[in-house]
Design a binder for this molecule. Structure first.
Ligand SMILES: [Fe+2]
Length: 501
């Protein structure tokens, strides 16, 4: 790739910078409103947040039996510090990131949670107030960030690759974390050309061990692609220039291809407000799919579809006829992000469009793509697969779902579905629970998608605690084999990864 292109990109990649106007009322009003609502709606506990820099429990209370072969750490990440100096952020995605480590071994579980010590956290600790304009909050005295990493909250996901543990955001650098102590080492620089460039929260490690990622640099008018070898060395970076850059949270790879699916939610530097509010939903523009060959990131084909919104894909694979099959949690539009996930921070429940599991089929040769519901009546998000099958054909998707009994906007159940037949197994945690992402963990030496466990955390807001659950993957509807309870509630998080060992 052209070195000059990358240097120019680095200089302008304050993706969330600009000259916006503040739209919102002072953050302390939101803190007051949230607390008043919490008394009425106990499920808001999930969004209360914490100002503790460290949470630790050496031995969780375990009900049931944790399989003796299950050994390793479930690392999770999510927005956790929602208030600074008593002033509250106005979007769930704004809170400073906290890494949670659940260490499992010998039938026992230990927990350690620590805030990621980002540059933003240090600035705001010192000032004792929110200083940097964030993804969804712009208070009158917030400043425009000097660069993307100045407002990096490192709060979306975790990646373990090439022996390094990374806390992922998507607007700037990944942050390197020490795996045992969870000390923050600092922003990860893959090479000098990509220093400080956006690195997504959903990189994919394919069956060859190659790590693929991307990043959208809205102000700079580009999307960056990364190819990183199994040892963690960046071997190739690509740039796709575009006039209007969409918000794009996830992507997929197959054995031979990289696909960027671009929903028509476009950055508009002329609009006022925080980064989120500077985006326009333009459904007439449709959703575009950019298809790259893995061995040549310099060019791509484009396939167009009617507009839809998504955060997450489960997986993608290519069949013998060259058609690509992608599973995703599909929304009609991004109103959930603009409405529900913002106003919940003020203690309000504003319903919006929900996600359903879909399979897309892309035919690059014909330039066509279609999509079909996997289960039309099922609400579902946070799709995960057996990580060994990334880019290959999978027959099991693990998702979060709902049984309709809970009063909150998220999920209270875990679902396992065959995306080709729609056959499902389902387990509900009941009306007092908010389930977080569940992951598949292969049994050591196990070969199939049924041979392992499903692990996931759940907030029981009635009991005021977070619990880790372990299921036999083949017997999900029988309920957990074991449940390990913390003595406290963790702030609701987003994504995680299991590291065996
Ligand atoms: Fe995500």
């Amino acid at each position: 790739m052209n070195r000059r292109d990358f240097l120019a990109l680095s200089a302008t990649t304050a993706a969330m910078a600009g000259l916006p106007l503040p739209l919102a009322a002072a953050g302390d009003d939101w803190a007051k409103a949230f607390r008043a609502a919490l008394a009425e709606k106990p499920w808001l506990l999930g969004w209360l947040g914490t100002n503790e820099a460290r949470l630790e429990t050496p031995a969780l209370t375990v009900d049931g039996t944790i399989p003796s072969e299950l050994s390793g750490t479930l690392y999770r990440n999510g927005p956790a510090q929602h208030e600074v100096g008593g002033r509250r952020y106005q979007h769930w995605f704004d809170g400073d990131g906290m890494v949670q480590a659940f260490r499992i071994g010998g039938g026992k579980v230990a927990h350690l949670g620590r805030l990621v010590e980002t540059a933003k956290l240090a600035t705001e600790d010192k000032a004792d107030r929110p200083v940097e304009m964030t993804f969804g909050t712009y208070l009158p005295d917030m400043r425009r960030a000097a660069n993307a990493d100045a407002l990096n909250t490192a709060n979306i996901s975790m990646l373990h690759h090439g022996g390094e543990l990374l806390a992922l955001w998507e607007g700037g650098s990944a942050y390197q974390i020490e795996p045992d102590t969870l000390d923050t080492i600092g922003p990860k620089t893959w090479n000098p050309l990509t220093k400080g460039l956006p690195f997504s929260a959903h990189p994919r490690v394919d069956s060859q061990g190659t790590l693929w990622s991307f990043g959208y640099a809205s102000s700079a008018g580009a999307i960056v692609l990364y190819r990183i070898d199994p040892a963690g060395t960046l071997v190739e970076q690509g740039i796709v220039r575009m006039e209007r850059v969409p918000m794009v949270h996830d992507f997929v790879v197959t054995e031979r291809q990289v696909l960027l699916v671009l929903p028509p939610l476009y950055f508009d530097r002329e609009r006022p407000g925080a980064f989120l509010d500077r985006h326009v939903w333009d459904p007439d523009a449709g959703t575009r799919i950019l298809i790259f060959d893995k061995d040549d990131l310099t060019k791509h084909r484009t396939v167009e579809m009617p507009a839809f919104w998504m955060f997450h894909f489960g997986n993608a694979w290519e069949d013998s006829a060259g058609k690509i099959h992608l599973d995703l949690a599909r929304y009609d539009d991004p109103s959930l992000m603009f409405e529900t996930l913002r106003w919940v921070m003020r203690g309000e429940y504003r319903p919006a469009t929900t996600a359903r599991p879909y399979r897309m089929t892309v035919d690059p040769a014909a330039g066509k793509a279609t999509s079909e519901a996997i289960a039309e009546d099922a609400e579902a998000e946070f799709p995960r697969i057996d990580p060994r099958l990334t880019g290959l054909r999978h027959r099991r998707l693990i998702l979060l779902g709902s049984d309709g009994s809970a009063p909150h906007p998220l999920f209270n159940a875990v679902v396992r579905v065959d995306p080709e037949t729609g056959e499902r197994s389902f387990y509900s945690y009941g009306p007092n629970a908010i389930a977080e992402e569940h992951v598949f963990v292969p049994r050591p030496g196990g070969t199939g998608e049924d041979d392992g466990w499903v692990l996931g955390t759940v907030l029981n807001y009635k009991a005021g605690v977070t619990r880790l659950n372990v299921f036999d993957a083949a017997g999900l509807s029988d309920g957990p084999l074991a449940t390990a309870s913390l003595p406290y509630a963790l702030p609701l998080g987003l994504h995680g990864t299991f590291v065996a060992g």
